[in-house]
Write a protein that binds this ligand. Structure first.
Ligand code: HEM
Length: 459
């Protein structure tokens, strides 16, 4: 077959395509370039080059772990300054990835996640109480409150640590340091290559943020080690006590700290984004909203939500899947060819090309989804979801580097939505709100606000 060159926006000497990508809104830039160049295009930056793919067929091809593997992209390499070879940011060859993966898989499995239900319920109830107490006249910034919820939940369930975000006026220093560090990691790869001197004070601030993250995690670890009789059975216990089934090794303290921070980073914005977009979709689609409320009333009624209810809320699960299709909080994930190869039998790519699967486009592929821009949860009910072509829905990434926290996020999200719809009716604060995205490492709806009115129809 004849090789086809990969289309490429014309860049500028030395700086390549820097001017084509808005570092605070790369989602919009990637989308615009896909609209111009189509299913595949190439970008060059000082020090890295990448290929962005936007159709199901190409994403499916790159999911083949015999031909492609995850190599951390430029942003993930920045994160390594804080979390090194933690699960999310590791190169697959690094032994700590395999050790942590094997030690942690059972803890993230169905039994482990069910055991976390009561603590998830504890934090979710705090959200419900807050919204109930402040009453229907207070504007709720959806993404902010869901971020408090997701962060408190992952910290409590993974390491028994309470940020108490719903009760404290001042944000915990860890949370501030994490937010600043993540923002800076997103920006840094797009810096102009004019020497680090110009960024010295920013780099010092980043160094200090990393210290706060690591010192906080170290304190949690030390505290747990000092409690010899701790009965807790959480992810931290799994990491302290577990042995790798392959090498019989235990995780080092450094690796435990890397992964404690990784869980907080990987688990909070993503889950918060998913929940925030879900609320937006439900408020824009009254029919789906009504079905969610009906399902909660039928399956749970007025009584307590229990772990047994979670798998019975099939319509809510479909709503979440459809939300992740339309607005995947992680919009791209990286894979590199293991050997130089051709994509679709014609586009040449080399080992040092980071191939970015662009979910915000591939999830709208008309070859897979009819009427792809329309929010239609029915297409994601089990019987339809299970018939989707392979790799047509990838919000949790791919293969062995796919999300280890998927079942965790799923249980948490269904529980929260069940509690919310059991207790409240919701309206948009501004009926004319038009969806915009706030982008950091993930996307969330920007300035989307609602009001919550306690239900009185259940008395
Ligand atoms: C990996 C999405 C929730 C922990 C990933 C990846 C994606 C993803 C796309 C692959 C990234 C890549 O290839 O570079 C999501 C979404 C979530 C979610 C959409 C919620 C809706 C969570 C939670 C946790 C978590 C709650 C922690 C408890 C991780 C970790 C990895 C990962 C540790 C790296 C796995 C590895 O490479 O071994 N996630 N995630 N995620 N996620 Fe999640």
């Amino acid at each position: 077959a004849k090789n086809t060159p990969i289309p490429e926006p014309r860049g500028i000497p030395l700086l390549g395509n820097i001017a084509d990508i808005d570092s605070t809104n790369s989602l919009e830039s990637f989308t615009r370039l896909a609209d111009i160049h189509g299913e595949i295009y190439r970008l060059r930056f000082p020090g890295s080059k990448m290929v962005v793919i936007s159709t199901h067929a190409l994403v499916d091809e790159v999911c083949d772990e015999k031909r492609f593997k995850k190599i951390p992209s430029a942003v993930l390499i920045e994160l390594r300054a804080a979390v090194h070879d933690g699960l999310f940011t590791a190169y697959i060859e690094e032994p700590n990835w395999g050790i942590a993966h094997r030690v942690l898989m059972p803890a993230f499995g169905p039994m482990g996640i069910r055991a976390m239900f009561d603590e998830m319920h504890d934090v979710a109830s705090q959200l419900v109480l807050k919204w109930a107490r402040q009453g229907p006249n207070v504007k709720i910034h959806v993404a902010e409150d869901f971020t408090r919820l997701a962060l408190d939940t992952i910290a409590l369930c993974s390491m028994g640590f309470r940020f108490n975000s719903f009760y404290t006026e001042k944000t915990h220093p860890f949370i501030v340091a994490m937010a600043d560090f993540l923002t800076e990691s997103g920006r840094k790869p797009q810096r102009l290559p004019i020497g680090s001197f110009f960024y010295r004070s920013q780099d010092q601030k980043t160094e200090a943020d990393i210290q706060i993250l690591r010192n906080t995690a170290q304190a949690v670890l030390d505290e747990r080690k000092s409690q010899e009789n701790s009965q807790r059975n959480d992810l931290l216990t799994a990491m302290l006590k577990g042995r790798d089934s392959l090498t019989d090794q235990k995780m080092s303290d450094d690796s435990i700290i890397d992964n404690l921070i990784t869980f907080l980073v990987a688990g909070h914005e993503t889950t918060s984004g998913m929940l925030s977009y879900t609320m937006h979709n439900l408020l824009k689609h009254p029919e789906a909203y009504r079905k969610v409320q009906q399902e909660v009333d039928d399956v749970i009624g007025k009584g307590p939500v229990t772990v047994q209810h979670i798998s019975k809320l099939a319509y809510i699960a479909a709503v979440l899947r459809e939300t992740l299709r339309l607005t995947s909080p992680i919009v791209i994930y990286p894979m590199n060819p293991i050997e130089d190869t051709l994509l679709a039998g014609k586009y040449p790519v080399s080992k040092d090309d980071t191939i970015l699967s662009f979910l915000s486009k591939s999830h709208l592929d008309p070859n897979v989804y009819d009427d792809p821009l329309t929010f239609r949860p029915e297409r994601m009910l089990d019987e339809n979801f299970n018939k989707l072509p392979k790799n047509a829905w990838k919000p949790f990434g791919n293969g062995m580097r796919g999300c280890i926290g998927r079942a965790f996020a799923w249980q948490e999200a269904i529980l929260v939505l069940a509690l919310l719809f059991q207790n409240f009716n919701f309206v948009m604060d501004d009926a004319n709100y038009v969806l915009r995205h706030h982008q950091t490492l993930t996307i969330k709806p920007k300035d989307f606000c609602i009001r919550a009115i306690l239900r009185d129809d259940l008395n």
